[in-house]
Design a protein around this ligand. Structure first.
Ligand SMILES: [Zn+2]
Length: 281
């Protein structure tokens, strides 16, 4: 599942191509997705110019004059960019599971999603859904790379809950964009056990954790994200951060720091790898 760094990498590639470009046509597959544009939403988007491209938590956002188009990658979603002069590539076997095609003057943007947990959604500028008036505004937690995400902020968030610190880090309503990979890597680097009760964390551990999160996310963006379950960016490049993982996916291997055998624990249906010796501070 693409997390903050992978979506940021995609944003950095798409932005220079899509910003200030007019959408000529938009096609959808008709398959049921987590969310998909309605006929009238497609009509609205067609002919509009994208004023800005940005990332919000794990969403890629296209900003129009009145609305925002959100793209969520779910478990297996990705965007592929093709020049319109080499359009025959759509028939390559790798291009199955295309559920949206947004055509610009010079290129097509395909949304590919085999598992269909991702999707597109048109919302107001305050992130309120347009199609269902009873739907909630999407709640976003603090952006972890924002300066406001400080050790004091982490301390306040931690004090407010008795859930495990791993669950808190992955709660998008509290902190945006951190999933299993980056929560696992950050906790290891901060030396904090994933099952630690959040409210028991003091300022010292919060400070270590915030530093670890910011470092891990920034490094991951620099290296093009992590390739798990064949993530690749819009140019088809794999993320190089996978090689920088210290602990994610290494259960029962030796800890790279202390050589102790790594353990794992299941939390909220996700497996967290950790080191009993290094993560007890
Ligand atoms: Zn260790």
């Amino acid at each position: 599942m693409p997390e903050l760094p992978e979506v940021e990498v995609i944003k950095n590639i798409i932005e220079p191509h899509a910003k200030n470009q007019r959408i000529e046509t938009i096609w959808t597959s008709g398959f049921k997705m987590r969310s998909q544009l309605t006929a009238s939403e497609k009509e609205y988007v067609t002919g509009r110019t994208i004023l800005n491209v940005f990332r919000k938590a794990k969403y890629l956002v296209f900003e129009f004059e009145e609305f925002l188009l959100l793209i969520h990658f779910g478990m297996s979603g990705r965007l592929l960019m093709y020049s319109r002069t080499t359009k025959e590539k759509i028939f390559s076997p790798k291009l199955k599971h295309i559920h949206v095609c947004i055509s610009f003057e010079l290129f097509d943007l395909y949304f590919q999603d085999p598992r269909r947990f991702g999707g597109l959604k048109l919302v107001s500028k305050s992130f309120k859904p347009l199609t269902d008036k009873y739907s909630e505004v999407i709640e976003f937690g603090i952006e972890p790379l924002d300066n406001r995400f400080s050790e004091e902020k982490m301390y306040i968030l931690a004090k407010s809950t008795d859930r495990s610190i791993k669950a808190l880090l992955m709660d998008g309503k509290k902190i945006g964009g951190i999933g299993n990979i980056y929560a696992t890597e950050s906790l290891f680097r901060a030396g904090i056990h994933p099952k630690t009760v959040s409210s028991s964390l003091g300022l010292t551990r919060c400070s270590r954790l915030v530093a670890a999160i910011k470092y891990v996310l920034a490094e991951a963006i620099k290296l093009g994200g992590s390739t798990i379950n064949d993530f690749s960016d819009a140019n088809g490049e794999e993320g190089r951060y996978t090689r920088a993982h210290l602990i994610y996916g290494r259960v029962e291997k030796k800890c790279l720091i202390c050589k102790y055998t790594l353990s794992s624990v299941r939390q909220n249906q996700r497996r967290t790898v950790f080191c009993l010796k290094c993560q007890n501070k």
